[in-house]
Design a protein around this ligand. Structure first.
Ligand code: ADP
Ligand code: MG
Length: 385
């Protein structure tokens, strides 16, 4: 009985998902921070679009609009931001692989969305904690039909090198280095790195403690921790294995929560040496991620996973049945305008393709209507430009 309901539920969910496509992009605008002058470049915001007010050098219209699956303004709460993510969490327990990314320039709010502010309260918990809470909660709800095992792993990618962050407070400061050779395709675990190092967990509190230790075990170079965190990608992976009690059948799902390196472009004339190298690695991997996602959205026959460690690492969780969500962050300040526009352009490339190309055969009235709207808006825009 119950299993059948779950099946029905999954079918329904998949239908909705299918219409939406497996790739979604949400934009979030950071509020002004204390002490900042509040001259905002953000004009109109509605549920699915955002208008940026641009200075004369960006063209005479004085504004640019972008469309996403969802736009969260500066007053959106952590709870609101998470609420649309909830169906994805459920699908992990049904055996899907899910990737959630936070993209944007340093200071735009990536870590805030994924983890929360430095001093955490229950209200300010980020996506990580809320997702884990839901996972544990739903797995308990299903305890009469499924037995779930949940484990976590943390990986940092810095200068195209992978580091496995240890969860032991007594382990040497230097994180374990994962060799390229260890990257393998594993449809079993949905993760390219051997999951031997993933640690079984039973509560959100436990995970928060582990993540704290993991963060502290990030290799600290001469530069400060804070700096490093904005120049490396950090990935929290949650493996879920469920056994259906009646049949003994297994389902495996995974969720990758990725706080990406800052997307800001550095001025080549101003940085040299290590900084320049870091910046080049970051640019390369973020571009590779954008290429992979847009190739997937276009249902292209070749998906260029090989172009960066990040996309290689997540290969089995990007594409196919996997579901991807990207939170794109922007800062409202006037001096961030050029990064804001390049961030939104990147995001639009990732998001817009889907609206144009996905499921041409599905003759859903609403989708058709929306597509027509998009087409006419595009035409109107093209005329203006
Ligand atoms: P990033 O990780 O992109 O570099 P952070 O998440 O560290 O940026 O955000 C920079 C600062 O702005 C932090 O002090 C953070 O607490 C604050 N902040 C970011 N987003 C929000 C938000 N939505 N509401 C309140 N404060 C925020
Ligand atoms: Mg950060």
């Amino acid at each position: 009985g119950y299993h059948k309901i779950l099946e029905e539920n999954r079918k329904l969910y998949n239908q909705v998902q299918d219409l939406k496509g497996n790739i979604r992009v949400y934009c979030r605008v950071r509020p002004f921070l204390p002490g900042q002058s509040n001259l905002s470049t953000v004009g109109h915001i509605d549920d699915g679009s955002i208008t940026i007010l641009t200075p004369p050098k960006y063209g005479k219209e004085g504004h640019k609009s972008f469309t996403f699956n969802k736009v969260f303004g500066p007053f959106a709460t952590q709870e609101e931001v998470f609420s649309d993510t909830q169906p994805l969490i459920r699908s992990v327990l049904d055996g899907y692989n899910v990737c959630i990314f936070a993209y944007g320039q340093t200071g735009a709010g990536k870590t805030y969305t994924m983890s929360g502010p430095k001093v955490l309260t229950e209200q300010s918990f980020g996506v990580n904690y809320r997702a884990l809470n839901d996972l544990f909660h739903i797995s308990k709800e299903r305890k009469d039909t499924f037995c779930y095992e949940i484990s976590v792993q943390m990986i940092e990618i810095y200068n195209e090198q992978l580091f496995l962050l240890k969860f032991s407070p007594f382990c040497p400061r230097k994180p374990l280095h994962v060799d390229t050779l260890d990257i393998r395709n594993s449809s079993q675990t949905g993760f390219a790195v051997p999951d031997a190092n993933s640690v079984p967990v039973t509560s959100t509190t436990e995970v928060i403690e582990l993540m704290d230790i993991g963060q502290k075990n990030r290799a600290v170079s001469a530069t400060s921790m804070n700096d490093r965190s904005s120049r490396s990608h950090s990935c929290l992976t949650i493996h879920v294995q469920g056994r259906e009690l009646a049949s003994g059948a297994f389902v495996r799902g995974s969720m990758h929560l990725v706080d990406l390196a800052g997307s800001e472009r550095v001025n080549k004339s101003e940085v040299k040496g290590d900084r320049l190298k870091e910046a080049q690695h970051i640019n390369k991997s973020l571009a590779a991620l954008g290429d992979v996602i847009s190739a997937l959205a276009q249902k292209s026959s070749h998906i260029p996973y090989r172009n960066s460690k990040l996309t290689q690492l997540l290969q089995d969780s990007l594409g196919g049945q996997a579901k991807t969500l990207m939170f794109v962050h922007i800062s409202p300040e006037a001096d961030a305008i050029s990064e804001t526009l390049s961030t939104l352009k990147f995001a639009e490339r990732v998001a817009m393709v889907e609206l144009g190309a996905a499921q041409v055969n599905k003759d859903n009235g609403e989708v058709k209507e929306l597509r027509l709207q998009v087409a006419s808006l595009k035409a109107a825009l093209a005329k203006k430009e």
